[in-house]
Design a protein around this ligand. Structure first.
Ligand code: NAI
Ligand code: MG
Length: 363
């Protein structure tokens, strides 16, 4: 089958790391079997410079019809002064909103070669492979009322509101259980039902979805604060963690640091399955930004970007063997001692973006 990809490299190192993904796509196309048709668009500052907005309607339409969007990074000091609604980040937010990407997937994988340089003990992280599924479009970041009012006596009051409806919890729970079935078949749901009504409902709805549709998956529950502790103490007890927007923001950052550099972290954002094809709208991107401090120097680590493409293979196209192949190539390249500057430790020599990409391709 041929899959349809929209590549949006964006700004800064975004274009440099996307070039390495293109090489891998080219390799798959030359090999035959699963092949990819790619189109390319502008997003962020690059789109602003060309069209005066952070993504053009034409590119938005392409994103809506693509099987998956592969996104680099946006932003940079060049666009610091531009108006709020056309700033580079607005392109990313528009994509997330129009594609209705409510599920954010953040894996924390510890490649063996990097276990020794983790901030945690080697035996705690070695072989780690967990997936945090964060609800991305609801909860306290979006709930109304959301305001600061002047109380008139020199005091102000700030209000944020945590709101979750049943359907929002159901659909994120389904994503988590679906993914667990392709992994170790375990889901841990995290909330604070002891102090939050939304935690009570979260717990009830996740349990309901499990009991009705996913009885074969092992489900456990943990209070989110205890979950943070357990993530640092013994992360290998988890397979898939499902949690709300706020807790997911924090827990995924904690999990990220189990595995090392920002340059290593991929992510995926998924929407609802299409009624006809069952395929979800999806965007894959590294967690990091456009790294203006190293942009243009050829030093960027392409692994987060390449691993994001591997997630597309796995989660959008069900190309599990191909995804494994890419991830194993990354691992083997690290085993050989190749490191970009962000991963350097003693006794190693730094390679650049293209050398790292070429080495992964060779593997
Ligand atoms: P950043 O993630 O771009 O960089 C933080 C630090 O990590 C920098 O020192 C950078 O050199 C390093 N770094 C990041 N990715 C790397 C890689 N692949 N290889 C080697 N080193 C890497 O975050 P920062 O500096 O806060 O933001 C820079 C710009 O990126 C801003 O305009 C910000 O708004 C934007 N940004 C965009 C995001 C996105 O497109 N999703 C996410 C985060 C920030
Ligand atoms: Mg965060």
């Amino acid at each position: 089958a041929t899959h349809n990809l929209l590549l949006l490299p964006g700004d800064g190192i975004g274009t440099e790391i996307m070039a390495e993904v293109k090489k891998i796509i080219g390799w798959f196309n030359a090999r035959g079997g699963a092949t990819f048709e790619t189109d390319e668009g502008l997003v962020g500052g690059a789109a602003y410079d060309a069209h005066g907005k952070a993504i053009s309607e034409e590119d938005m339409a392409k994103a809506m019809s693509a099987d998956a969007v592969i996104f680099g990074a946006v932003g940079g000091p060049k666009w610091d002064g531009v108006a709020y609604d056309v700033r580079p980040e607005a392109g990313l937010l528009r994509l997330r909103k129009d594609l209705e990407l409510f599920a954010n997937l953040r894996p924390a994988i510890c490649y063996p070669a990097l276990a020794a340089s983790s901030s945690l003990k080697q035996d705690v992280v070695e072989g780690l492979d967990i997936l945090i599924v964060r609800e991305l479009t609801g909860g306290v970041y979006f709930g109304e009322p959301k305001e600061i009012t002047d109380l008139g006596n020199g005091q102000k009051r700030a209000v944020d509101t945590q709101v979750y409806d049943t359907f929002e919890i159901e659909r994120i729970a389904r994503v988590a259980f679906d993914l667990a079935r392709t992994r170790k078949n375990k889901v841990c749901s995290m909330e604070k039902r002891n102090v939050m009504k939304s935690g009570l409902l979260w717990n009830e709805v996740v349990t309901g979805v499990h009991d009705r549709e996913f009885k074969d998956v092992e489900l456990s529950h943990m209070l989110a604060d205890a979950g943070g502790m357990q993530l640092v103490r013994w992360p290998k007890q988890f397979d898939v963690i499902v949690t709300d927007n706020l807790f997911g923001d924090m827990l995924s950052d904690i999990a990220a640091m189990l595995t090392g550099s920002l340059g290593m972290l991929p992510s995926a954002s998924l929407g609802a399955p299409d009624a006809k094809t069952g395929m979800r709208k999806a965007m894959y991107e590294p967690v990091h930004g456009s790294a203006p401090d190293i942009a243009g120097t050829g030093a960027a680590n392409p692994i987060a970007m390449i691993a994001s493409f591997a997630m597309a293979l796995r989660y959008s196209f069900g190309l599990v063997a191909e995804a494994d192949m890419v991830e194993k190539a990354i691992s083997a390249t690290l085993d050989k001692g190749l490191r970009t500057k962000d991963l350097m430790s003693e006794g190693m020599t730094a390679v650049g973006t293209t050398e790292m990409g070429d080495a992964i391709l060779a593997e």
